[in-house]
Design a protein around this ligand. Sequence first.
Ligand code: ADP
Length: 419
Amino acid sequence: MRTSHIRVIVFIGFIAISGVLLLQWNWMAQALKLKTEAFDKDIRMVMAEVCDMISIANGNKPDLRYPIVQPDENTYIANVNDFIDTVVLKHYLEKYMAQAGLDLAYEYAVYDCSYEDIVFGCQVGPIEEDLSLGQENFDKKVDYLYYFALRFPNKKAYLYSGLGPWNLIAFLVVLVLFFFAYAIWILLRQRRFSEVQRDFINNMTHEFKTPISTIAVSSEALKKGSMDAQKAQTYAEIIWEEAQRLNRQVEKVLDVAKSEKRNFELHKIPTDVHEIIGKAVEKIRAAHQLVSENLECQLRSEDRMVELDPLHFGNLVFNLLDNAIKYSPDDLCIVVRSFDRNNEMILEFEDHGEGIDASKLQRVFQKFYRIPTGNIHNVKGFGLGLYYVKQIVQAHGWQIEVESELGKGSIFRIRIPRT
Ligand code: ADP
């Protein structure tokens, strides 16, 4: 699928889902507002009825218009203006609350002007907090003689739970949103995967084609048999070198395939790390005709013995050194270090080559990933070297990190814990 199509799909999907979410949010806010108004009305009615009954119980005539104030969202205060018998209050409060169908926890308290204090406090239903209707909630602004206050700590949750189907719809919309995001993620991943696969096949064809055609041309010339021994020797060497190169490429792919096998097992033995690094360095120096200034060793770890798989570890060192050379276009200056730090052996492979852009740093360990270079293909590779390195590091239970700056160089660091 073309990038522009994907962008259009993502954009339309995003707009559609955002629209539905906005509508949904608006409906829920409206519904909650109506529910809150109805709740406030019910509570005021219950409190007015309770005030009536308190007055009647005291042998007085009900006032009919008891002031009820709401100092905050969850608290209601009713002025009775008469002595409050807490038994009467409790009885009628519970009765009218039940009659109004208000099935939620609450606490209430009574203020008595003759004591200038709260004389009674009680909780009904499960409330997690302690009784919070203290003196501070009985605001001095409320200028009443006798009053009682009601507080509903769970009011919001109660009102939300009353929204029933709205909650379900909101949940479904969020689910759709997640599903959409997931589908887009899969789509993009699939696309990247096929791009990577295509690049790999192009790369491989290119990498194999060059040695194969060199071998074909050289062997064709040898077949004619009309050349002197010296020339024949040169052609035979070319064929040998190209065959070796092909072999190395195949080995690289096979190494990765092996390290990915489900029952992949390391054959760990106590190994001299410095010795393996030394051998790899010698091999690379010989292959690229390097002097020790180009590729330097500073191996200073006190204890050079580590339990590891020598074969895979050798490949790992070779891959890192090979990359350091491949990606150093100018003068070579590579340093391999080993030292001890906080109960760990640290191995560093530092080069002063082209470096890696910070945004690509974490991707270099991904399978088949090669930093895009446009149409310039002067450095060969399959994007498997660092992936293999990471697989081997992880299989040993070590860690690998990379520091790099574009145009300045890179340091690949392996941390080997001492057990
Ligand atoms: P490749 O076969 O392309 O070398 P690797 O997995 O070894 O594959 O490396 C992945 C990419 O990381 C390379 O394409 C290269 O762009 C970048 N890279 C690896 N090592 C270095 C390095 N030492 N300096 C700069 N770039 C590097």
